[in-house]
Every structure is written in structure tokens, then in C-alpha cells.
Design a protein around this ligand. Structure first.
Ligand SMILES: [Zn+2]
Length: 162
């Protein structure tokens, strides 16, 4: 939150985020949109603040006091509903739809395309037969594809207007 006369921090573009313990689901969805989001459950507020400041990340929180302490980097999230939270960030001008590279929702690392033959034994046979494009997280090595879950994710973005 910006006080009068206070210098606004100049976070990177696209903006990066730190999410507090209350916002795990939002963090995962932002990662799928391609945003770099550090999720810090179970750590004291001071550590979340330090990380936000050290890396010029917006601090997403449902705690008004913590948002205030983060000054220009603090973003208080009013809503509990995921879609409303995404809309809230869009209305504040912090996100504007999906970035080119989806990140692993678990690891926050950009996914890499993998040639189809490489995943033959790593995905269910039906998935292998019906999908053309596959992606791998370089950290946890999970394989992703545009299945039903991904269609639901995209349907949600569409509802928001992306
Ligand atoms: Zn991963």
C-alpha cells in the first residue's frame, strides 16, 4: 500500500510475487498463468517481507497489517474466491492474462516442451494416443499436457476475459 510521498518500488516486468500461507491456491494458478510466485507457508511474516523486498516481489496477502508493512509492495487480497482474486489482481493492473511460458504449479519453474516419443512410458496410454504436445517440469519431472484440467483452467481465464 502506498503512503503519500513514498517512493514506489519498481518491480520487474512481468511482476513477480510472494504469496502468504492463505493464498496457496492463487499462487498455483498464477504459476499456471506463467507468473513467478514464491509461496511461503509456515514462515514468520518478517521472512515473507524480507523476501519480497530483497527480490522486489509484490507481497500477496489476506492480512491487512502485513500488506501495510510491505508498503508499496503490499497487495491486500480482499476476496476468498479464486476467480475473484484473479480479477482483483487484473483490476489492480498487476496481471494481464497468461504469459507465454506456463510454470509448474508445484515448483514455480517454467515448463519445457518434450518430444512426444520421450513420454511414451510416462503417461497413460490413452493420454499418449490423444495428446500431441507434452511439457515437463525440469525440477520435479512431472509431465503436463492440455487435458481436461487444463481446459477447465482456460475456461476460467476466459470467464475473466483473457
Ligand atoms: Zn515441478
Amino acid at each position: 500500500m502506498i503512503a503519500e510521498g513514498e517512493q514506489r518500488a519498481t518491480p520487474s516486468s512481468p511482476p513477480r510475487f510472494v504469496a502468504d500461507a492463505m493464498l496457496g491456491r492463487l499462487a498455483k494458478w498464477l504459476r499456471m498463468l506463467g507468473y513467478d510466485v514464491v509461496f511461503m507457508p509456515d514462515v514468520p511474516d518478517i521472512d515473507i517481507l524480507r523476501r519480497a523486498r530483497a527480490e522486489s516481489r509484490f507481497l500477496l496477502t489476506r492480512d491487512t497489517a502485513l500488506a501495510r508493512r510491505a508498503r508499496s509492495l503490499g497487495v491486500f487480497i480482499h476476496h476468498q474466491d479464486l476467480k475473484a482474486q484473479l480479477r482483483e489482481l487484473a483490476e489492480k493492473g498487476l496481471i494481464s492474462g497468461p504469459l507465454p511460458d506456463t510454470r509448474c504449479p508445484i515448483c514455480n519453474v517454467p515448463l519445457q516442451a518434450v518430444p512426444k516419443p520421450h513420454v511414451r512410458d510416462r503417461v497413460p496410454p490413452y493420454v499418449f494416443q490423444t495428446q500431441r504436445e507434452f511439457y515437463e517440469c525440469p525440477q520435479c519431472h512431472r509431465i503436463y499436457w492440455a487435458g481436461t484440467h487444463w481446459q477447465n483452467v482456460q475456461a476460467t481465464w476466459k470467464e475473466i476475459g483473457w
